[in-house]
Design a protein around this ligand. Structure first.
Ligand SMILES: Cc1ncc(COP(=O)(O)O)c(C=O)c1O
Length: 440
């Protein structure tokens, strides 16, 4: 009998092959990256850093980690990189604990500033007291205007009034390009650290399809599994500007990662990151990053042409957020129907959403994964047509206003849509398209 887990992996392989992965934080890692991650490197303990380990037997691991660090430094043109963070959230916590004081040991909490979660910020950028970043630090958050645009004048006003010690700037859902120069001017004017979290857009930055914060931020953090197409992990980069302000930043970050927050590095992941960095240094990757942005623009334009309202009226990145408030539709209702049709997106809050995050008024979608499969303009137009048709098909289903009735409604709705002939027909068409674009 085949081990149940491998049966399930086969099923997941099929799902990833036969559907359109439009969740903007997802991607297909190459076979080489997956081979490194599944390798015997996972058997080894290596607490410490190359040349300074707490265990014997790390000669080869040292070479692998040093290679990863060198490749990161070269690709991003930075003087220092740490490739050990287990993932994006630990990386961000490591930066915070290295630079600002939390409320422990009777020390006063330092103030940090970031973008609201509902505006597209991340949980680790100071989101309320349900996260470490909102709980252990004083947190000031900024949002978007009614149309979904950043208001830099308001951010500047807030920063000057609140004087945070650190600004964590990055996004999971803001579709437009950041003005890093402006953020740096604001941070510099109050002497705050500027940390750029480029987890979502890193691949586009490498391709020159999105502005780079490297000249402006002191530290840059990024996950490695989104547009970079590596394994699940993260990196912390210190820029020239960061070193100029504090030449001890590399030591502070190293210590904050280990032993501050983590134990032994995941050497198999480190190797996967090193492989992904090499892949990302190729011209083919730059073409990929450019195509991701191009595809997103086409998809966004087509959705708008089909009558949908996009947050910030479009995209300058790999992602877009559709706002369904005018149709009084729930993101849950739309996302469920799209999944039955083989189009996988996620429900998402829209700026100033009156609905709670579990039943938000929008969906978020992006093009990194479908672009990895080789899809281009023609396919984006087809995908937009499917999305519009599916939305028209389910537009009559309105989430109850009564909060208690919502989960029963969604349960019945899911059962109904799972059998829906129209949605299943679209799913077959999607599958046919997917088969023309093999996954790595
Ligand atoms: C901007 C940003 N930062 C940090 C993270 C956290 O990464 P992880 O899920 O690997 O902890 C994410 C993940 O979605 C993100 O989008």
């Amino acid at each position: 009998m085949i081990e149940k887990v491998f049966e399930l992996i086969k099923e997941e392989e099929k799902r990833q092959r036969d559907t359109l992965m439009l969740i903007p934080s997802e991607n297909y890692a190459s076979k080489e990256v997956r081979e490194a991650v599944g390798s015997v490197l996972m058997n080894k303990y290596s607490e410490g850093y190359p040349g300074k380990r707490y265990y014997q037997g790390n000669k080869i691991i040292d070479e692998i980690e040093a290679l990863g660090v060198e490749r990161a430094k070269k690709l991003f043109n930075v003087p220092y990189a740490n490739v050990q963070p287990y993932s994006g959230s630990p990386a961000n916590s490591e930066v915070l604990f290295a630079l600002v004081t939390c409320g422990g040991n009777k020390m006063p909490k330092d103030k940090i500033m970031g973008m609201q979660l509902s505006a597209g910020g991340h949980l680790t950028h100071g989101h309320s007291d349900i996260t470490f970043s909102g709980k252990y630090f004083k947190s000031v958050q900024f949002g978007l205007d009614e149309k979904g645009f950043l208001d830099y004048r308001l951010i500047e006003y807030l920063a000057k009034k609140e004087k945070p010690k650190l600004m964590f700037i990055g996004t999971t859902a803001y579709p437009l390009a950041f003005n890093w120069k402006k953020f740096a001017e604001i941070a510099d004017s109050i002497g705050a650290w500027l940390i750029a979290d480029i987890s979502h857009v890193v691949g586009l930055i490498i391709a020159g399809a999105y502005p780079s914060p490297i000249p402006y931020a002191h530290i840059v953090t990024t996950t490695t599994h989104k547009t970079l197409r590596g394994p699940r992990g993260a990196m912390i980069l210190v820029t020239e500007k960061g070193i100029k302000r504090d030449h001890e930043l590399p030591v502070k970050i190293d210590r904050s990662v280990f032993p501050g927050m983590q134990g032994g590095p995941h050497n198999n992941t480190t190797a996967g990151i090193a492989v992904a960095l090499e892949e990302a240094s190729k011209t083919s990757f730059k073409n990929y990053g450019k195509q991701v942005a191009k595809n997103a623009k086409i998809l966004a334009d087509e959705l708008k042409r089909g009558g949908l309202k996009l947050v910030a009226e479009g995209t300058e990145s790999h992602l877009m957020v559709v706002d369904f408030r005018q149709q009084e539709l729930s993101g849950n209702v739309v996302a469920e129907a799209l999944e039955v049709a083989g189009i996988v997106v996620n429900k998402n809050s829209v700026p100033n959403d009156h609905m709670p995050p579990f039943y938000p008024s929008g969906i978020r979608l992006g093009t990194p994964a479908v672009t990895t499969r080789g899809m281009k303009e023609k396919e984006m137009k087809q995908i937009a047509r499917w999305i519009i048709k599916v939305i028209e098909h389910i537009e009559v289903y309105k989430l109850p206003r009564n909060e208690k009735a919502r989960s029963t409604f969604m349960k019945a709705y899911k059962q109904k849509t799972a059998q829906d002939k129209f949605l299943l027909k679209v799913a077959q068409e999607v599958k046919d398209l997917c088969h023309k674009f093999p996954v790595p």
